[in-house]
Design a protein around this ligand. Structure first.
Ligand SMILES: Cc1ncc(COP(=O)(O)O)c(C=O)c1O
Length: 402
């Protein structure tokens, strides 16, 4: 067979999707697997959103649309930025894509070329380095403040080189759940301004922030930096619409035009029916968002309580999103389920095979001493999953249902 591109060889498959696939295959064999691997709300998409999609089909809204997304949807996104963030992004500065992942891909393709460097704070969502590489750039993985797991100006300053093109800020973050405060972002702003780099602000978990914390992004804190910022967002997590595949970016007009040009040669418009559904989500009642947030907040408490019973793990308290990211390396070298645990991959495998709980090793997120567990599962599933993990780590025998 002739060779494939070096580009494709340079990236790894998504480890989160790989674990989810393995868990689903075990489920298909009839095994009672608790899947805590995937970042997907378990709630159904709110009914009025599905209804809008049905109406769109009935009305024959099934043809190509404007590449950058239908105007009413971009108007609704523009209104969302005004309503929730006090930010002014007119519809011309917004491009709707096939999920936040696709919006991010467009952003990297717009910004980066060979030899550019993209600063990615660790731990990071697995997709950032891969997409930087696909755009020809070099991901520069930088440590974060060990206590808060956020980027500080001191760390950023050390990472900057003449080739630095962009920085990714994801808050609340996947996998850490940590969120930047107004002060955190205000401290970064002068250096970002001085260095003239692009900032990709991944706001996908905006609605999932707990306790008395309030979501902020860099554009809200430092409006004078707006020309350097691209916001990536979507409806997947906010409205439990992961399968509909609608995301968007907002940024300077030149970026929106460039992203639309790339999209026009790549996918054309995102799905027409899903755009109508996203329009209903963004412009309709927002109560379901508050209800889902409240449910996640309750699950977070339960999960943190369960984790406090696992002395071998130490878990920072997440501010938002729906993940916990315990440090698990205290277990390395110990024997569990008939094997010596040397890595987070070993632990994830043994938990999947012996306790039938799917988790994701930290390695893919740049944190080989950690394990990611999603609490976007029902309270019953969480109780079962964490109960099994605790019992397994205590060496108790488990009765696993089929
Ligand atoms: C940090 C982060 N950004 C963006 C996305 C993209 O989500 P989607 O493509 O479903 O909109 C995800 C999904 O897991 C994510 O975790």
């Amino acid at each position: 067979m002739p060779a494939l591109s070096q580009r494709v060889a340079a990236i790894d498959p998504s480890p989160t999707l790989a674990l989810d696939t393995e868990a689903k295959a075990m489920k298909a064999q009839g095994l009672d697997v608790v899947n805590l691997s995937i970042g997907e709300p378990d709630f159904p998409t709110p009914a009025h959103i599905g209804l809008a999609a049905q109406k769109a089909i009935e009305a024959g809204f099934t043809k190509y649309t404007a590449t950058e997304g239908i105007l009413p949807l971009r108007e609704a996104i523009s209104a969302k930025f005004r309503r929730d963030n006090d930010l002014d992004y007119p519809p011309e500065q917004i491009v709707v894509s096939c999920g936040g992942k696709h919006a991010l891909y467009n952003a990297f393709q717009c910004l980066c070329q060979a030899d550019d460097e993209v600063i990615i704070p660790v731990p990071y969502w697995v997709t950032y380095p891969a997409q930087a590489i696909l755009a020809g750039a070099r991901p520069v993985l930088v440590p974060t403040d060990p206590e808060r797991e956020i980027l500080t100006p001191e760390i950023l300053e050390k990472a900057l080189t003449p080739r630095t093109k962009a920085l990714v800020i994801n808050s609340p973050g996947n996998p850490s759940g940590r969120a930047y405060s107004v002060e955190d972002l205000a401290r970064l702003a002068p250096l970002i301004k001085k260095s003239g780099l692009w900032v990709i602000s991944d706001d996908i978990y905006e609605s999932l922030i707990y306790d008395d914390r309030r979501f902020v992004n860099l554009a809200m804190v430092a409006p004078d930096l707006k020309d350097q910022i691209i916001i990536v967002h979507g409806v997947s997590k906010t409205y439990s619409m992961t399968g509909w595949r609608i995301g968007f970016l907002a940024g300077p007009l030149a970026v929106a035009k460039a992203a639309a040009k790339i999209q026009g040669q790549m996918t054309s418009n995102p799905n027409s029916v899903a755009q109508k559904a996203a329009l209903a989500a963004l412009s309709g009642p927002q109560e379901p968002v508050a209800q889902m947030r409240a449910a996640f907040a309750q699950r977070r408490q339960k999960v943190l309580q369960a984790l406090s019973q696992i002395p071998q793990w130490s878990t920072p308290t997440p501010d938002g999103a729906f993940y916990v990211f315990p440090r698990i390396s205290a277990l390395y070298g110990s024997r569990l389920g008939g094997r010596v645990i040397q890595s987070s991959e070993d632990l994830a495998q043994v938990l999947l095979k012996e306790a039938q709980v799917a988790t994701v090793p930290g390695t893919g997120f740049g944190a080989p001493d950690r394990l990611r567990l999603s609490y976007a599962a029902s309270l019953e599933e969480l109780e079962k999953g964490f109960g099994r993990i605790q019992a397994f780590l205590e060496g108790k025998s488990l009765s696993l249902g089929r």
